[in-house]
Every structure is written in structure tokens, then in C-alpha cells.
Design a protein around this ligand. Sequence first.
Ligand code: ADP
Ligand code: TZP
Ligand code: MG
Length: 286
Amino acid sequence: MNAQPPTAQADGLQDVARALEAVRARGPLVQSITNYVSMDIAANAVLAVGASPAMVHDPSEAAEFAGIAAALSVNIGTPSPRWAEGMAMAADAAVAAGRPWVLDPVAVGATALRNELSADLLARRPSVIRANASEVLALAALAGAGARGGSGKGVDAGDAVEDAVEAARALAAQRGCVVACTGKVDVVTDGERMVRVEGGSPLLPRITAVGCSLTAVTAAFCAVEPDPLAAAVAACAVFAAAGTRAGREARGPGSMRVAFLDELSTLDAAGLADGASVHVLTGAAA
Ligand SMILES: Nc1ncnc2c1ncn2[C@@H]1O[C@H](COP(=O)(O)OP(=O)(O)O)[C@@H](O)[C@H]1O
Ligand SMILES: Cc1ncsc1CCOP(=O)(O)O
Ligand SMILES: [Mg+2]
């Protein structure tokens, strides 16, 4: 690998700003199969960045819809066998149509159903896996990518991103996809390139389904940006910048939720530079 000391990427945020402009200009249709908790905030986050959300999960229509959507997000947060069927059908339809799809393996490692479902979805070739550190460790262990397993507390992370970086790299390399491992800092890797995104606020993990919303927004960026690593970096940086800026004025999780959506909708290049930084750890960002 082409190891380099961490450096601020001079044009990294310009790439993010360009990707955000492309989402706003093209307004891609993003299909989400996501949990009951996240449906409202994830749809609003996708709208706030300028894309069109549609929550379509039932097996009777999920694959048909994946054929018309520009990208798909699949989140296993409140799974059931029927929803699992819709997820598999939609993922296969997206791949068949040449469209990107993003996997969020919520609380993988916690139950047999989540492990079986995550392994099944992993085999259906997601473009990006967006997960917290404990989920990355659990998924990598499940995939035989050499990790020790995670210490998550249900849907919440119990591990630091730093302790999941190697698992993220190995999982991405093994599966030929991008892994975006999020937390206090975010690390995005395709197994060769590795980028760290900084910013955000400690109030973000105190609002439920912000991670789920980031997964759906990552799908929106994948719809306009052909390099899934650049798309995932852009989504993480947009959340980092909006989170930093919203956190300055919020009084707690309630006002943070509102301020965060407002910041997402008004973010521009200056706001990105104010609230986020992108560091290339290994290889080129795009
Ligand atoms: N302590 C923190 N400080 C700043 N940003 C955070 C912190 N924890 C999480 N985030 C941000 O919150 C978003 C959701 O990430 P995360 O909490 O890891 O996902 P999940 O909700 O799936 O566990 C990401 O944008 C991440 O960067
Ligand atoms: C609380 C909860 N329970 C099942 S899914 C879910 C939402 C998890 O959201 P996130 O992973 O973004 O914190
Ligand atoms: Mg999550």
C-alpha cells in the first residue's frame, strides 16, 4: 500500500461540494428499505440534500421499483422474513439494472436473524457498506475477514472507529466494495484507498437513526458519483459539516435534529470548509 502521513486534502472538499451540487441538480430517485424508526428522518435527510426519497420495501413491488430508482439503500434495522425477501429482491434488481446499492447492517452480531440476513445481503454485492464500528467488526468476522467481532450495544456502537479500521479495510478488499465506518471520526476505504472524514457533533449519536439517514444519503451520492469511495466520502463529509454547524446552536437532541436538517439543506462550499475536513490516509481520494 502507498502509505502516507495523514494530510488535509486540498481539493477533497471541492470534490464533495461538486458531488453535492450534482445531487441537487439531478435530484436522483433513491429507494430506501429501512427500519420503522428511521423512515421519517432518513426521508427528510435525503430530501434535504436535494434527492427524492421513496420508502418501498414489500416483495410485491421492491424489485420493480429498484428498476426505476437511481440508487437503493437497504437497512436491516427492524427485520422480518418478509422484509428480508423484499431486500434481497431489490438488491438483485438494482445490480441487474447496473445501479448502486448501499447496505446498513444494523446491529449485526446481535441475533441469528441479523447475521443470516447480513451474510445473505453481503453476497448480493453492495457498492457501499455504511456501518458503525461495532457493526463493521461483526460483519467482517461473519465474512471471515479476520476480525474479532464487535461489542455493540444493540444498534449503538461499543467500539471505536480506530479499532475497526483494519476490519473495514479487509472486508472491503475481500468483497470488492467500499466500507464507510462511522463514529466520532469516519473512515472510508475500498481496501486500497483510505480516507478519514472529521467533523460532526457528540449530539449526533444522541438522535436516533442519524446513521440510517447517512446510509440513505450515501445512496443519493452513489446515484450521481460513479466512484463509490468518493460518493461515501461526500456523504460523510456533508453529515460532518452539517453536524458541526448544527451542534453549535442546538440545546439538545430535539433542537439538534431540526438544526441538522436545516444545515443539510443549506450547506454550500463555505459551510463544508467550516464544518468538515477530509484527509487521505492511503492512496488517492478519487
Ligand atoms: N461522537 C461523535 N462526534 C461527531 N460525530 C459523530 C459522533 N458519533 C457519531 N457521529 C456521526 O453520526 C453519524 C452516524 O454515525 P454512527 O453514530 O456511527 O452511526 P449509527 O447511528 O449507525 O451507529 C455519522 O455522520 C458520524 O460521523
Ligand atoms: C433504535 C433502533 N432500533 C431498531 S433500528 C433503530 C434505529 C437505529 O438507527 P441508527 O443505527 O442510525 O442509530
Ligand atoms: Mg446504525
